[in-house]
Ligand binder design. Sequence first.
Ligand code: ADP
Ligand code: MG
Length: 285
Amino acid sequence: MSPEPVLPEPVLQVSGLEVVLGRGARRRRVLDDVALHVSAGEIVGLVGETGSGKSTLARAVLGLVPVARGVVRVAGRETQALRGAARRAHRREGHVQYVFQDPLRSFDPDRTVGDSVGEPLAVRGGGLARREIADAVARRFADVQLDPALASRLPGELSGGQRQRAAVARALITDPRVVILDEPVSALDAANRVRVLELLTVLRGAGVALLYISHDLGSVAGITDRTAVLYDGRIVETAPSHRLIREPQHPYSRLLVGSAPTLTGAGLDRAERARLRAELADTAR
Ligand SMILES: Nc1ncnc2c1ncn2[C@@H]1O[C@H](COP(=O)(O)OP(=O)(O)O)[C@@H](O)[C@H]1O
Ligand SMILES: [Mg+2]
């Protein structure tokens, strides 16, 4: 077997991450001792069923939820400890960008798409002229293969696929080191899925560290280098994606692989599924 390629120092490093959310009786530990790393030009998948904590992990990396314990390091800098003005300054720099499942959430309905795509540059300051921002927006539109004429439209006038490509353009505008895509194609039809997924190659080529979140291992496996499996707030397995599909180790990973017909063809029979569920129950925290 060929050795795994040697990658540079990870751009995103998460270790020992614990996140506790909710108040009173609803207070619960959503993430428990989570570790993950992504290097420049690498695409890492994060899979797990709804409620497993995927979006919370993304929000913790973005500094949007409090971190109870552990470290989030972006480009060598510990970000979980930043507070107040330092944290706002870090966010404005835009080293980490996020693409939502629903591209409408990335856009103000009353502003032109071009204005929204350029907004992260405008708020970052640094004295960029309107003309320079417009030029940067045009370059990003070209990167994501969007007609530059769409910049003057409102988000409601674009198709879902065009909007999601514009959301990727917006995520790229600050030259981020890390881009997190949270179920980016779930709301799109098959043709638009393919077009958005093709953009991952553009991002990879630009040296971005990509974290690709999905509840569907079948859709993740073909496009990611490695995949981390999140179950009930814990990463139960991380492996090169091709190996995870062939030889899943943890019972939950085996269930995910067995439940993705595009991966296995046949899927698991009922007895095998029940056996894995029972094994899984034994691992519950
Ligand atoms: N603000 C919050 N307060 C309390 N619980 C929350 C909050 N946000 C998320 N959760 C809980 O955390 C768990 C993980 O949610 P989430 O990260 O959205 O999962 P996923 O993205 O994998 O579907 C869920 O059980 C959810 O109910
Ligand atoms: Mg989610």
